[in-house]
Write a protein that binds this ligand. Structure first.
Ligand SMILES: [Zn+2]
Length: 300
């Protein structure tokens, strides 16, 4: 079976601006052959990895856009790399430099999508000052991932007012052709998100961090409920899996994938039926693991 990790930050760790890793040579023990062999062993055919900019408020990144490019170049068929941006600069103006960088990254350096994190950058996704980023994504035919949900950790890092899912409804009105993923099923506004998805065929969602988050317990019963709800809204074929792994350890990454994939294939239906929901079909599960995210990524 072909499996895709649709959302990760493999090899992209926290670092302050000025100390960002930019090449695979900066990653201790980087061994692409070993990674590809281990992925093969567990049936994972592709993985997505993305940098994440938290520069505007916290002066930090996960990885860097240069590292995203280098990772894609290390295994162009297997590694799908996204870049990140803070669409507003420190003076609250459109970040023209990053807009130009995005175009170059996509046109010339193999980048396949963009991550925006309004909660970390303290801006609203429907702020018209940043609309040029959406126009550019449409022009470049790339999807955007939004971190638009709750985050563990100190509240000031990610104020929830910037993550309200209904802010994204404006995007479906102003940019109906924009393909985007709302990470983590927009938790805790999942039902609002599913309503948006039900009338906007270019909106997708992932269930990263529900099974084995870094902090606290997983939310497996909520995941089962949310998937049942997604089926009721008729949008289950736009839901996909991602590990959300952040780190540089191949062992840790493969072990996480192995445990989460085993749960999706063998345990998830138990948590649906325990709540009285109809179990998922093999085809629906296979959609989570590959077909759905492939449709989101696919250029027209
Ligand atoms: Zn993530």
């Amino acid at each position: 079976m072909k499996i895709i990790d649709g959302h990760s930050h493999l090899y992209q760790k926290h670092a302050t601006v000025g100390k960002l890793k930019k090449t695979v040579g900066d990653i201790e023990g980087f061994d692409i052959k070993q990674l590809l062999q281990r992925l093969d062993e567990i049936g994972v055919s592709q993985l997505q990895t993305m940098s994440q900019s938290m520069e505007r408020i916290r002066g930090m990144w996960l990885g860097s856009n240069a590292l995203s490019v280098a990772l894609h170049q290390a295994a162009p068929e297997k590694i799908v790399s996204f870049a990140a941006a803070e669409p507003l600069d420190a003076q609250d103006r459109l970040n023209q430099a990053q807009l130009e960088e995005l175009e170059d990254l996509v046109k010339h350096r193999g980048i396949k999508g963009l991550l925006l994190t309004p909660g970390y950058g303290h801006y609203y996704a429907n702020d018209k000052r940043i609309y040029p980023f959406y126009q550019k994504a449409i022009e470049l035919d790339i999807p955007i991932y939004f971190h638009h949900s709750h985050q563990f950790g100190p509240p000031r890092n990610c104020p929830l007012k910037y993550c309200q899912v209904t802010l994204l409804d404006d995007l479906t009105i102003d940019f109906p052709e924009l393909r985007f993923d709302v990470e983590h099923m927009g938790y805790p506004w999942t039902e609002e998100l599913l309503c948006i998805m039900a009338r906007s065929p270019n909106v997708y969602t992932d269930f990263a961090m529900y099974i084995e988050p870094y902090l606290g317990r997983g939310r497996r019963l909520l995941l089962a409920r949310n998937l049942a709800m997604a089926r009721e809204y008729g949008v289950l074929d736009r839901v996909f899996y991602g590990s959300d792994y952040v780190g540089e350890s191949v062992d840790e990454y493969i072990d996480l994938l192995r445990r989460e994939l085993a749960y999706i294939q063998d345990g998830l239906n138990h948590d649906l039926t325990a709540q009285g929901f109809t179990p998922l079909t093999p085809a629906e599960i296979q959609g989570f693991l590959a077909g759905n995210v492939r449709r989101l990524w696919q250029a027209k």
